[in-house]
Ligand binder design. Structure first.
Ligand code: NAD
Length: 370
């Protein structure tokens, strides 16, 4: 988690002849990683001090959640398979009624960011223990951030109660993640790492994790695209997801996350796809202002961060343009207005005109130059 005091890094502040300055706070979550580890859930629930688990899932993963509940046996009080995108408060309230009725003392969230979001929304209101079993690369399971929607408005809260206590990363559960979703989910995770590298409150550990996470995805994604059931590549990608998610939980984000939040919140574009499309463009936008910080990442993608990420995304079949996710050109003006209305920190200062230009490039799906 980020410290309360943001340490600013100016150019050269951490240079050879100057004193380093940073703050670092390790996340208190327990992380368990390994092929087949989800089979140990009975002991994992017991070790968390719990005995009445409510298993959460989306309707799509209901059967998997029921199987998991059956494996938990008497430790399970049932399944709530109503999780949906954007964590609507009505769904949280319906789940809270089941929590109260069943006397659950923990939630086991099986799925991606949407299911994890529901578990977080419950824990935020009840402080129940959360055990998350991720099946995508979104990274939400290692952050204390919750985005929720009420009456069509998305708000974000950050609170220690929101951070899941235990995360069970079992790569075997990701073998069935369709290739297209694997690609967009991974690029979503990689965006956390790229922005983490130039975050104002970055620290040496968050930067090491970011580069290692990007390396893991650069290596594993091309293999997953060719061979979705490759166990080694699936494990490497999930390892990358943990690292990139941890970076998101540890340091502040900037332009990229702000633009994706705007597009998802105001134009309902799909979450992971939007991140995938925007990443090469936002990275190129910040490339010159954060050249030194981004250099180890750029090296992984052929030397240029924006152009290199664009080539990589194209080679693994990612969606490449905002046209692909239903945006129309007339939306770009309003998107630029919203994304530039509240000032926020970014390595390259932003203004409406530059954001409008960036959105045009992403709309057309052009290869960025940086
Ligand atoms: P998702 O959780 O919405 O999942 C998309 C669909 O894929 C669902 O139907 C799900 O059941 C299905 N699915 C998941 N894993 C599968 C698998 N292995 N095989 C087959 N189907 C599978 O998608 P996501 O991209 O993981 O999460 C997106 C949401 O997470 C967004 O709402 C986003 O805002 C949120 N998020 C939050 C944070 C945070 O820190 N708060 C971080 C990242 C994402």
């Amino acid at each position: 988690m980020a410290g309360h005091h943001r340490i600013r890094h100016g150019k050269g502040e951490a240079g050879e002849n100057e004193m380093r300055r940073f703050s670092y706070a390790g996340s208190p979550a327990r992380i368990l990683f390994g092929s087949g580890i989800s089979l140990d859930l009975v002991s994992i629930v017991e070790e968390a001090g719990c005995s009445r688990a409510l298993v959460l899932a989306t309707p799509h993963q209901k059967a998997d959640a029921e199987q998991l509940a059956a494996k938990l046996g008497t430790l399970s009080v049932g399944v709530f398979a109503g999780a949906v995108m954007h964590t609507p408060v009505e769904v949280t309230q319906a789940a809270l009624a089941i929590v109260a009725e069943s006397g659950a003392d923990c939630v086991v969230s099986l799925g991606g960011g949407s299911t994890t979001g529901l578990g977080k929304a419950i824990a935020y209101r009840t402080d129940l223990t959360q055990i998350v079993v991720p099946t995508t690369y979104a990274g939400s399971e290692v952050t204390s951030i919750l985005g929720q929607t009420q009456d069509g408005r998305k708000t974000t809260v950050k609170d220690p109660r929101i951070l899941p206590e235990v995360v069970v990363y079992d790569p075997d559960l990701t073998h069935g993640l369709p290739v297209a979703m694997s690609v967009t989910s991974a690029l979503n995770a990689m965006a956390h790492a790229v922005e983490g590298l130039y975050a104002q409150d970055r620290n040496p550990v968050s930067s090491l994790m970011a580069v290692e996470g990007l390396r893991a995805f650069a290596k594993s994604l091309p293999v997953i695209v060719r061979e979705p059931g490759n166990a080694e590549a699936r494990a490497e990608a999930l390892y990358g997801a943990w690292l990139c998610g941890t970076v998101l939980g540890a340091v502040g984000m900037a332009l990229h996350h702000k633009i994706c939040h705007t597009l998802g919140g105001s134009f309902d574009t799909p979450h992971a796809e939007t991140h995938a499309i925007m990443l090469p463009h936002t990275a190129a936008f910040n490339a010159a202002a954060a050249r030194e910080e981004l250099a180890p990442a750029a090296a992984l993608f052929g030397g240029l961060i924006g152009g290199g990420l664009w080539d990589f995304a194209k080679s693994i079949g990612a969606p490449m343009s905002l046209k692909d996710v239903g945006l129309v050109e007339e939306d770009l003006d309003r998107a630029a207005d919203i994304a530039s209305e509240n000032p926020y920190w970014n390595p390259r200062p932003i203004d409406r005109a530059s954001i409008r230009g960036l959105l045009q490039q992403a709309y057309e799906g052009n290869r960025p130059t940086d």
